[in-house]
Each structure stands twice: as C-alpha cells, then as structure tokens.
Design a protein around this ligand. Sequence first.
Ligand code: NAP
Length: 296
Amino acid sequence: MFNRVCIIGFGLIGSSLARGIAKHNLAKEIICVDQSRLACDRVLELGLAAKATTHPAEGVKGADLVIIAVPVGAYSAVMAAIGPHLEPRTILTDAGSVKQSVIEAVLPHINNDIRFVPGHPIAGTENSGPDAGFAELFMGRWSILTPLPDTDGDALHDVKTLWESLGAKVEIMDPKRHDLVLGITSHLPHLIAYTVVGTASDLEAHTKDDVIKFSAGGFRDFTRIAASDPVMWRDIFVNNQAAVLEILQRFNEDLTSLQRAIRNGDGQTLEDLFTRTREIRRGVIQAKQEVPPEKK
Ligand code: NAP
C-alpha cells in the first residue's frame, strides 16, 4: 500500500502499527522516529524498522505515510519539527486519543499539499514502549477517523484500508463528537480508576496491605486501568478539558443521587440502576468488546 511509512513515537501503539504493517506487507519500508535513543535502539534490535532516528525531520524524508503516535501534548513540538520537511502529497495520520486539540495542533504546520486524516484506534493495554506492542492489538477493535471537511477522499480511503488491513473496523466521526463519546467510554473510567486507586494509596500502611491482599473484590480491576501511562493520560485530560468537565458534572450529579439513595435506605433506586447497568454489560459482550486483545 505504501512505500515508506514513518511512525513517530514507537511505544505501544506505534510499535503495534509497525508489527501489523510488516505482518500484512503494507509497506516496503518502516522508519522509526522516537525522542528516546534507547527506544530507537530497541526498535532496531527487535527488527521493527529499517531505520530509527531521534530526528523527526530526518525520519519523514521520503515518507508517503507519516503516522504520529506520541502523547497528545507532544504534537505541537513534533509538528513544528516535521511540518517543513513533509513530502508534497504525503498522507499524515495519527493515533491520538483526543481529536479536536490534535487537529488544532497539526493544522498550523501543514499546507494544502499535505493530506491529513486524524484517527484514533480504540485499542490499547496499560503497557508502554516498543516491547509492549503486538500486531493483533487492533483485531476486531474500532478505529475512529475524524476527517475535516476538506480532507482528501483518496487519503481517507487509504487510511481506512490500512486500519481494515490490520483487522480493525472503521467509523467516521465528527471530532467534537469523538471527544465527547471517548470522554464517557474511556476518559471518565480512567479518572475514576485513578481516583479509587489513589484513595487506597493514601490509606495508612496496614490498611493498604489488606486492600492489596483482598483486591480481587473489585479493586484489582481498577488497578489495571490506573496503571496506564501517566504522561499519556495527563495529556488526555489537559487536552480534552471541555468534554471531560461536562461529563464529570453529570457524573457528580449521579453520584450525589446514589449517595442520597444509600443514606435514605432507598434499595429500589439502587436495584433499578444496577439492573440497567447489567444490561449495558450484556451489550458490551454481544458487541464482542469484552475480551482484552491478546498478544500472540
Ligand atoms: P507510549 O507507549 O508511551 O509511547 C509513546 C512513545 O512516544 C514513547 O516512546 C515516547 O518516548 C515517544 N515520544 C514522546 N514524545 C515524543 C516526541 N516529542 N517525539 C518523538 N517521540 C516522542 O504511548 P502509546 O500508548 O503508544 O500512545 C501513543 C499515542 O496513542 C497517544 O497519543 C495516545 O493517546 C494514543 N493511544 C493510546 C492508547 C493506549 O491504550 N495506550 C490507545 C489508543 C490511542 P518517551 O518514552 O521517551 O517519552
């Protein structure tokens, strides 16, 4: 599909893309750009790219597809570095978990020659770095593309085909809607997990030991989410401020009404809610979204 693909940020997502692209023969050559020399060396050791550099401008030279997979707070710096060096007609896409702020960070650095297709795979694990990736990460998962009104149709088609070749299903969405939907399905659950686990980490030592010992009671599931990359999640909350605050407002109201039901011994309200939430879980299972992707 492509001659030279340059992936900027070779962590979980970037290295999974590289593995998938290589496995399915979607490019003649993969170039790695990462700010960490250590990550670049590891990428070469693993044989994930033909070349690995810490210099973004050098990495994008001659690339017909450039994929940005760095934390969303690093986009402006990356774009300032690569903007003037992108080849005319290059397809530029990304994997960032927030879309409106990413688009705002990218647009000032590209001209009409560059075909930008913003994207976000709804697939991941709590692990980071080039060793964490695997080619099957995107299998059966959704990948959301949020094209702009003037996005080139052929480029959109090519990026869609790329994701489909990696086993993903593609949904086209408005960037604002993406940020709101992901605010509920991903950002709010992470914030809650960080809060629950944070509360436990503030407990006195002997209680904390018991919390860990008996964590299978539910706490364990929160710790997996709360182990997600701190820089990536810092950037998501800072860059999806409006949507997250709007959803948090609603969440706080719902939490307050549950608090009232508990105080009033209103079991019916609790049971009604827990019955509705069980239905949501059944929907998730029916949509085959319940099993975490497996490294093979
Ligand atoms: P990751 O494993 O932490 O990898 C990110 C890589 O980018 C690291 O090697 C990092 O180097 C490097 N990097 C950071 N700033 C850079 C810069 N300015 N120039 C070049 N390289 C830079 O992160 P990830 O999980 O793959 O996430 C990458 C992107 O995908 C993020 O935008 C995230 O929102 C999105 N995403 C993540 C998931 C998920 O579940 N993890 C799912 C969907 C989308 P250092 O280690 O030196 O910082």
